[in-house]
Ligand binder design. Structure first.
Ligand code: G
Ligand code: G
Ligand code: MN
Ligand code: NA
Length: 254
């Protein structure tokens, strides 16, 4: 059976999971947020990476219902942790370009927030630079609408898209996430180090906060700390974790 056909049944068959990766404050290393990351556990094929099935979900339009499922599952989970541990952690949810162009996006988000009771101030939508603002009529409207709902916006994979600076100038973004391809080269490539430093400085001048992704080793941490990056995410702190492991991590840190 084609993967696309299987994907059509993934949600209904209960094969989708959300894992969570912490984001820590650079100075204190306290957990301040988490990113929700989708996984597909197929009974025969095993775990299929979102890098493989998200494009299929986009092509087929399934991303709209899958995306809503992720948002609802993650918001419900965040609310549960908030109640159990008294922690107000920010929740990052990835939005596909297809979702961002969807006319019903704002209604969906509003409904998920009402249904789950999560404070909109804790929800941050991660948006990549994969779509041209010019070619996406609803994009800016939707992003402004998300702000009006009280949510936040992060530009994901910053620096790798076709229009980084145009995005930064025109999108109502609160945060930028430096792509891991730059972070990986800290200590290796002086040009990438220069890009990381310049990105942090530029973001701060524009009053945006900065998260570095793919922080894997102590040397990355030290460099990012020395250059004032606000928050960090990566294997050095934690791999994307199941709800049970993430809950245990929160319990330990209390
Ligand atoms: O977690 P991992 O490194 O396997 O994710 C691979 C890619 O899939 C990343 O680009 C990530 O942004 C994307 N991704 C993960 N979860 C979601 C999701 O819920 N929705 C969308 N649109 N993309 C996701
Ligand atoms: O594209 P996006 O930034 O949404 O996706 C983040 C992806 O990066 C996830 O697939 C996650 O599993 C992966 N990831 C998170 N931390 C690290 C890390 O330290 N190193 C690497 N190589 N990948 C990471
Ligand atoms: Mn992301
Ligand atoms: Na990224």
């Amino acid at each position: 059976m084609a993967l696309k056909t299987r994907l059509r049944h993934a949600e209904g068959n209960g094969e989708l999971r959300v894992v969570y990766q912490p984001q820590v404050n650079t100075e204190t290393e306290d957990i301040v947020g988490m990113e929700a990351l989708l996984r597909w556990e197929h009974p025969e094929l095993g775990t299929i990476s979102p890098a493989v099935f998200i494009p299929l979900a986009e092509e087929t339009g399934l991303i709209v219902s899958i995306g809503e499922w992720v948002m609802r599952t993650a918001c419900r989970q965040a609310r549960e942790w908030e109640e159990r541990y008294g922690l107000r952690l920010r929740l990052g949810v990835n939005l596909s370009a297809v979702q961002l162009m969807e006319p019903h996006l704002l209604d969906t988000v509003a409904k998920v927030l009402t249904d789950t009771g999560l404070d909109p101030d804790l929800l941050e939508m991660e948006v990549t630079e994969s779509i041209s603002i010019k070619e996406a009529p609803n994009l800016l409207e939707n992003l402004h609408g998300l702000h009006e709902l009280g949510c936040h916006i992060a530009i994901d994979d910053f620096g790798t898209g076709a229009a980084s600076l145009d995005y930064l100038r025109r999108l109502p973004a609160d945060r930028i996430k430096i792509d891991q391809s730059f972070v990986r080269n800290i200590g290796v490539d002086p040009d990438d180090e220069a890009i990381v430093r310049a990105t942090i400085e530029m973001a701060h001048r524009l009053k945006r906060a900065v998260v570095a992704e793919g922080v894997e080793i102590e040397q990355h941490l030290e460099f990012l700390r020395a250059h004032g990056c606000d928050e960090l995410q990566g294997y050095l702190f934690c791999r994307p974790a199941t709800p049970v492991s993430f809950g245990n991590l929160l319990a330990e840190r209390q």
